[in-house]
Design a protein. Sequence first.
Length: 364
Amino acid sequence: WLMSDNMHHQWLLLAACFWVIFMFMVASKFITLTFKDPDGYGARQEPLILTAVTKVEEVHVPEEKHWPKEFQPTGKAFSGNLIRQPLVHMERLELLRNVCRDTALRNLSHTAVSKFVLDRIFVCDKHKILFCQTPKVGNTQWKKVLIVLNGAFSSIEEIPENIVHDHEKNGLPRLSSFSDSEIKKRLSLYFKFFIVRDPFERLISAFKDKFVHNPRFEPWYRHEIAPGIIRKYRKNRRETKGLQFEDFVRYLGDPNHRWLDVQFGDHIIHWVTYVELCAPCEITYSVIGHHETLEDDAPYILKAAGIDHLVSYPTIPPGITVYNKTKVERYFSGISKRDIRRLYARFEGDFKLFGYREPDFLLN
């Protein structure tokens, strides 16, 4: 009986142990489920989310826009930046068209396709390209590109600097040299482009180049044009300094500036509006490049024109195309608000057509 009783107690003890172990396992599972680390869960899920987004981008983005044929990449694939380029340029052209339709800006956005405009457009018949010259925006380098394409020189490095702007020797015909029917044909069929930059920064560049760092082979800017502006627009007649930026701004903002422009002749192209130079509302341009994004725009233009395998745009020094807001504000800091507003009124078409903001110092 004693042995039987001992065995009964052992079974009870064993059963109690199993029960304790079972309850501990249940409790452990409950604790694990209840207090599971949410960050650990999120971290494990994150790669799945990223993978899903990546797949959507890879499949969807290229098909989202159907580019016109002239913007379709040919040959080598575009880089990441160049994939976005067609959209950038289509938006620029759409903005241009919208501003051209704005009747309130018509006097500032429209001009006749006169001989003056046709003289600014250079022709590459071999590759069916027209380039409108807009000084102070890297214009010289684009001329070199076209000179090579026209076959006058085999590479950009071989072109002497004194030949680039010598239109009797550089092999670059102007559109004005063709008959009316030939002009219309080229305007209709050829790839057409020009380059712009912030209008006020361009004026500063023109002033510095022609009146401050004036090269010896262009003496008329300092000895003929500057005195003419000073005589008409300098307020302090006793001041004997050379042409100041204030004088230059007052001349450019004068609504009656044209009578003086006629005396200065074609030398004024360095500060004439883009509208007057290239007639962007009358001529349907294929691409409008911006000096501020020239590192991307130059290869895009070459590719869109189908000549990227033949020539490259010359190397752009670092930082040279970046808009210098501080410099612009410094130059205009001593100019009266009245004179700045008159200047802006003349160049407002250029600001609006090409998406440049009205300067902050005009808004204050």
